[in-house]
Design a protein around this ligand. Sequence first.
Ligand code: HAM
Length: 412
Amino acid sequence: MPPRYQAPKGTFDVLPEQEAARALVHACASGALAAAGYGRIETPIFEDTDLFARGVGESTDIVRKEMFSFEDGGGRSITLRPEGTAPICRAYVEHGMHKLPQPVKLWHEGPYFRYERPQEGRHRQFNQIGAEVIGADSPLADGELIVALDSLLRGLGIEGLKLRLSSLGSSGARVAYREELRSYLRDHEAELSDDVRSRIDANPMRAFDADHAGTRDVMVGAPTLLERLDDADAEHFAEVRSLLDGSAVAYVLDPTLVRGLDYYNRTVFEFDCDRLGAQSGIGGGGRYDGLVELLGGAPTPAVGWAVGVERVLLAMVAPSADPAIDVFVVAAEDRAAAFALVRELRAAGIGADLDLAERSFKGQMKQADRSGALFAVVIEADGPAQVRDMRSGEQREVARDAVLALLTAESA
Ligand code: HAM
């Protein structure tokens, strides 16, 4: 017996019946982002490992333990992309997009890979939709993006959303603040988890993210970066907040908000959804003013977000799927006549299907019922066809050469 294979741990198949909801998310996101002036960009599924080590940050969980990295045939270290922002900044620099009118507004969609412990809403291969504004430091860019994400999620009927918002300030303020936080953490070293203690030097901010009870208690009294912003950063943040207030986008200030990527500065945000379980983060992002320069470009301010498509789907009330086909053609005897009519209907843009398993007449009628089609047409080689409205059960006799016109009118 050959072995029975299963999709690798943490991955999943998208089956045809799950496609309608995905198509809806895609259509809403692409429509809204295109209408707001964002152009779609696609980057490769894999990149040089170094792009992520440098761009996302050596001390992050993503780079330390979640990347699928391997050596290619030429001895290069390659990584399946764990996120999309570093690749897009790489593309911005590589294609000289700084020469275009700024900012450059891009959106993207596709699969991402992280070696995480799988659970509901957390996979090793998942999909993101993201938007990036590169080349603008105005709070208007932050405001536009956050408002766009809020309306996308609400437009998909997602309830129970909470937007957490903070500012990480500039790197100067962060350096001073980090030193202050390090010495606070060292004063409480005995109460911290081993993981947090081992990262006091490399990444003290991650202590805000810890699940460990002792660490959480310590962090309640920790100084926050929001209290230490310099004037320019505080003003930038105040303008972002006032744009959100003016757009009726509700948020809570969360000075402990830490994103799992090192490139952020100034605005950071995350939408949580209480319909999701432990993995409540549905989408998030922030400003990354240093990333383009870090990847070899000129200093270029930028801001963006990404949502997890699978988490969006979990949070959505299941949309009622439109029937995939309009008409199911049943052959009374002559299957070639049914075949010809289906070809004719499809050519006219009408969704049509027929039985390919040579079932009996009764079996075909059952198939027509199961297909969800709005009409079943019973066809003979000669003579009239029977057109049955599957919702009302009403049946009409129609001349063979009038079937197309009738169904075209019905499906208009
Ligand atoms: P992120 O917060 O790491 O940000 O991921 C964005 C979203 O992807 C999360 O909110 C979540 O919905 C989804 N996600 C992340 N990991 C998984 C997983 N293992 N399984 C299922 N869904 C997941 C970024 O990736 C940044 N690049 C966002 C960004 C764009 N920042 C600026 N521009």
